[in-house]
Design a protein around this ligand. Structure first.
Ligand code: PEP
Ligand code: MG
Length: 586
């Protein structure tokens, strides 16, 4: 049994077999144990080794002819050497003979010690050779599995996914009924994987470093999304403990569901608005079940990422997705964010240009301005859908007033064309902006004069303000929403919005993080838009505090200059009002 510690990003507890996947290839043995004779399975392994050696030798030959750089063929010589290592083959055969493991599973298991040893080396060059071992493993598994490889869309059993990181298109394509949890090497609280896990309401732990090395496909894994733990091959005692925790967690969920229909109102009578964030229209149901009053953020780029390779949605596909969401919502509002493609939300195979700093590059609105047909198609569909419910347009990553004006021109042109065609739409459709770039936060007063509402995107605002990549586990400890710079920016934006008389919502993950609820209420936030799974607990905190009390907490927090001290203060105050929201470690 091995216990790994990472960043808890989606609550809950689950015990399932692992489905290990690689960014470019799936490498899971379909069968864990064999029911046939060991001799046959060993023969299968030997044949696969021979076939893999032949594959590698052929590639080496080809490269020798085509490339003059001698280091390239050397890599393949190294791959052949790994396969000629008698010890590895003997270990794998022993696992088949003594434990009845399948050839695939034995290969993974037998290579694990090698991988771990290499990853522990001091020399960076040698450490990188772990990639070569993985490569050989992948080739062997391909030969063993042939066409029988499982893929994410057609899972046979319920599993937890173990991966380096999940790409947006992988998550958009996975079989949602069979995936019960995520554990990834990379990622942070606001990474794409984290957001999707919360949307799917499954436990997830990210930023584990090397969980893909420790887990083989088919291993039993516990994911504890409350404490940030992943337990590989748990013993009987641990399984029993977690079965009871799983049960307790579900009971807690049932209790929380009871406050679904109660108003989100503080002890001193302040009414707070709670909305849900979604990536797919069908998630509206989960948001409403959690007690949302509407959808405060619909990330529409997932329409784009659903297919592989990614294809731009047609006007009809946009329209159908929006009307589907509106049908489920009735007269509750739907805030549709225009395409936020690029950086973490760009599929690698979508033909995007290579950028050294994609987060600072052609992302979001900038990307849309460079591909006006994408924005025009989407705007037409949003406008046409606007007669079927309460629709609002939200523009992402606005960093200058000129960008806002330009986007509004696009909207005006789309309206004029629809008018000319005699197509009905809501002429007074509100247009708001994401406040997620520091320049927009600092000059929020100017933006407030030309926006119908604000929605603060703390995921990006924090990364851009603190210069910390939101998905990079190596700097995850620096990604701190309690940094004094963030608190003063937030205070400034609330003030600017309220002075101008426009609503200021927050849809970044900070708004659903209970550690910050009291602070945000104290600073002036009244509209929260969060992952549906967070709604009941958030409402519980809101109903347990007074605005006066929150103002005092915010004032105390603003006086501190150390983000960790601030977080401790906030956690301590929240724990006093809702102790059950915290899972203590044993
Ligand atoms: C944000 O940046 O806070 C946000 C809500 O947008 P996304 O996470 O989609 O970038
Ligand atoms: Mg953002």
């Amino acid at each position: 049994m091995e216990i790994k510690r990472g960043i808890p990003v989606s609550p809950g507890v689950v015990i399932k077999r692992a489905f290990v996947l690689d960014t470019e290839d799936v490498r899971i043995p379909r069968r864990h144990f064999i029911d046939t004779d060991a001799g046959g399975e060993i023969q299968r392994l030997r044949s696969a080794v021979i076939a893999t050696r032949a594959d590698i030798a052929a590639i080496r030959e080809k490269i020798l002819k085509e490339v003059s750089d001698s280091s390239v063929p050397n890599i393949f010589a190294l791959h052949l050497a790994i396969l000629e290592d008698d010890q590895f083959i003997r270990d794998a055969e022993k696992l088949i003979r003594e434990r009845n493991y399948s050839a695939e599973y034995s290969v993974s298991r037998a290579l694990r010690p090698q991988l771990k040893r290499i990853q522990g080396l001091r020399d960076e060059y040698l450490r990188e050779r772990a990639g070569d071992v993985r490569d050989v493993e992948r080739r062997l598994l391909k030969n063993l599995l042939g066409q029988r490889r499982e893929d994410l869309q057609h899972l046979v059993h319920e599993v937890v996914i173990v991966a380096r990181d999940l790409t947006p298109s992988q998550t958009a394509n996975l079989d949602r009924n069979k995936v019960r949890g995520f554990a990834t090497d990379a990622g942070g609280r606001t990474s794409h994987t984290a957001i999707v896990a919360r949307a799917l309401e499954i436990p997830a732990v990210v930023g584990l470093g090397d969980v893909t090395t420790d887990v083989s496909g088919g291993d039993w894994v516990i994911i504890d999304g409350n404490r940030g733990l992943v337990i590989v091959s748990p013993d009987e005692k641990t399984i029993r403990k977690y079965e009871s925790l799983e049960h307790e967690y579900h009971e807690k969920e049932v209790q929380l569901a009871e406050i679904r229909d109660l108003p989100a109102i503080t002890l001193d009578g302040e009414r707070i608005n709670l909305y849900g964030n979604i990536e797919f229209p069908e998630e509206v149901t989960a948001a409403l079940n959690g007690g949302a009053e509407g959808i405060g953020l619909y990330r529409t780029e997932f329409l784009y990422l659903r297919e592989q390779p990614a294809v731009a949605p047609t006007e009809r596909e946009h329209f159908e997705a929006y009307t589907k969401a509106l049908n489920l919502l009735g007269d509750r509002p739907l805030v549709i964010r225009t395409l936020d493609l690029g950086a973490d939300k760009f599929p690698p195979d979508a033909g995007g240009q290579f950028e050294k700093n994609p987060f600072l590059g052609s992302r979001s609105l900038r990307y849309c301005f460079q591909h006006p047909e994408l924005l025009n198609t989407q705007l037409r569909a949003i406008l046409r859908a606007s007669v079927f419910g309460k629709v609002r347009i939200l523009l992402p990553m606005v960093s200058t007033l000129q960008e806002l004006r330009r986007a509004k021109e696009f909207i005006a042109n789309a309206k004029a064309r629809l008018d000319a065609e005699g197509v009905a739409f809501e002429h007074k459709i509100p247009v708001g902006i994401m406040i997620e770039v520091p320049s927009a936060a600092v000059t929020a007063g100017d933006f407030a004069k030309e926006s119908d509402f604000f929605s603060i995107g703390t995921n990006d605002l924090i990364q851009y303000t603190l210069a910390v990549d939101r998905g990079n586990p190596h700097v995850a400890d620096l990604y701190n929403p309690a940094h004094p710079a963030i608190l003063s920016l937030l205070k400034h934006v609330f003030k600017a919005g309220h002075t101008a008389g426009i609503p200021v919502a927050m849809c970044g993950e900070m708004s659903g993080d209970l550690d910050y609820t009291m602070l945000l209420l104290g600073l002036g936030l009244r509209v929260f838009s969060v992952s549906p799974i967070m709604l009941p607990e958030l409402k519980k905190v809101i109903r347990s505090v007074s605005i006066e009390q929150c103002k005092a907490v915010a004032e105390a927090a603003m006086k501190l200059d150390d983000p960790l001290a601030t977080l401790n203060l906030l956690r301590g105050e929240t724990r006093k009002v809702v102790p059950e929201a915290y899972f203590d470690e044993e």
